[in-house]
Design a protein around this ligand. Structure first.
Ligand SMILES: Cc1cc2nc3c(=O)[nH]c(=O)nc-3n(C[C@H](O)[C@H](O)[C@H](O)COP(=O)(O)OP(=O)(O)OC[C@H]3O[C@@H](n4cnc5c(N)ncnc54)[C@H](O)[C@@H]3O)c2cc1C
Length: 368
């Protein structure tokens, strides 16, 4: 057992594995595969921002260092960019915004690698990565076969995809189809065709939303307060340039999220459960104050934070794990938590929510 094979993770739990294999070229991956070194115990990690590894992970851990960004097609309206899975996600967003390739700007500062983005179908501020993914280029660690999966074959959903049930698929590259106009971005996000009048409508919306977001307080002294509640709507307007959207998102994220360099965390630990409308109505009859959002025409998302607050899991410390007071769905390392501690707390939370609401709370993080 080699204790130097540490698995980096943003929750800052101490963990090591049998061996770490960093993929610098696709050929090196193939050679390793031919040597029969990938087994059912092999796992894949990226930057470690969404994993909780146990203290010892028995097996080989594969990590991508494929770091190229290549523009493969460019026409008047769209551009195709093929990106190595080892590229830091935010470096890609910075690159695309600087080139005027639009679509990913609302996903600024999400920590992690490009290879993990399709797996979790990362999302923020009304945008999901899947909207702009054209092809995912994979290598099957079990069979040694390469495959290119189209967007449909990736079966993207809310923080999920085909890759969740295929842990043997190592993502080598992702091809993104990005837009050259903000109107096309908005059309893709809302799956709707807009006329040029949309710019005028969005200008009026921006004025209205800005007024809604700003409150003037005169006591004890005059103060302008900005509320983030409309920010998601503002960030999908087509009149705001991508550079400004990236700036706004970066400022908000830096101000509001826990920085893993200061306190170990994985962002949102749990997904918001999705319920069909009929089930939701029953629940709302019992708990009229329930917090929820529309998911699609048939179902709603229940706020995981609300469920945790109602089961007294806000601002609670258990087994070296803290839950955030305002956003309990963010679990924090109180100092010396182990992967096993985190799993224990996760089960307690899931148990309490199941007992009170009969709802299964699914982890967004991946347990190794
Ligand atoms: C402070 C903070 C804020 C966050 N905010 C957001 C947010 O706003 N929205 C959001 O969606 N997420 C958010 N996250 C979660 C996290 O950033 C994303 O899930 C990110 O994609 C993780 O990337 P990673 O490279 O660290 O992947 P890892 O955590 O290392 O791995 C995650 C999963 O991807 C798989 N994987 C990684 N690379 C590959 C590959 N090359 N091939 C196949 N599978 C692979 C792993 O096996 C694992 O299943 C946040 C996390 C933190 C810590």
């Amino acid at each position: 057992m080699n204790l130097s094979n540490k698995i980096q993770n943003s929750f800052k739990v101490k963990s090591h594995c049998t061996e770490i294999f960093k993929v610098h070229t696709v050929d090196s991956l193939v050679s390793k595969g031919k040597g029969g070194l990938f087994t059912s115990k092999t796992s894949i990690v990226g930057g470690g921002y969404n994993i909780i590894p146990r203290s010892f992970v028995d097996g080989l851990v594969v990590q991508s260092n494929l770091s190229t960004i290549e523009t493969t097609e460019d026409d008047n309206n769209h551009v195709l960019v093929k990106v190595g899975s080892g590229v830091v996600w935010d470096d890609l967003v910075g690159f695309t915004v600087s080139k005027g390739y639009l679509g990913l700007e609302n996903l600024s500062l999400i920590p992690g690698s490009v290879g993990a983005a399709p797996v979790q179908n990362i999302g923020a501020y009304g945008v999901e990565a899947s909207t702009f993914i054209q092809t995912v280029h994979c290598y099957n660690l079990n069979t040694g076969i390469f495959s290119d999966l189209s967007k449909d074959e990736c079966e993207f959903g809310y923080r999920t995809s085909h890759f969740k049930s295929k842990p043997e698929l190592f993502i080598c590259y992702v091809t993104f189809r990005l837009c050259k106009s903000n109107l096309s971005v908005k059309e893709l996000i809302h799956s709707t065709k807009y006329s040029k009048l949309e710019f005028l409508k969005d200008t009026l919306r921006l004025i209205r939303l800005s007024f809604k977001s700003i409150t003037l307080k005169f006591s004890p002294r005059p103060k302008i307060k900005f509320s983030f509640s409309c920010i998601r709507d503002i960030l999908t307007l087509c009149i705001l340039p991508a550079k400004i959207k990236r700036k706004i998102v970066s400022v908000i994220r830096t101000k509001t999220l826990h920085n893993p360099d200061k306190i170990g965390n994985c962002g949102c630990f749990f997904k918001c459960p999705i319920l069909p409308y009929a089930e939701f109505e029953d629940l709302r009859n019992q708990f009229p104050e329930i917090e929820w959002f529309e998911h699609d025409k048939q179902s709603v998302k229940i706020s995981a934070c609300w469920l945790m607050k109602k089961t007294n899991w806000a601002g609670k410390k258990s087994n070296n794990v803290l839950t955030d007071t305002k956003r309990p769905v963010v679990l924090l390392n109180a100092g010396s938590a182990t992967g096993e501690d985190v799993l224990h707390v996760m089960s307690q939370i899931q148990h309490d929510i199941k007992s009170k609401f009969n709802i299964s709370l699914e982890a967004e993080v991946v347990i190794l």
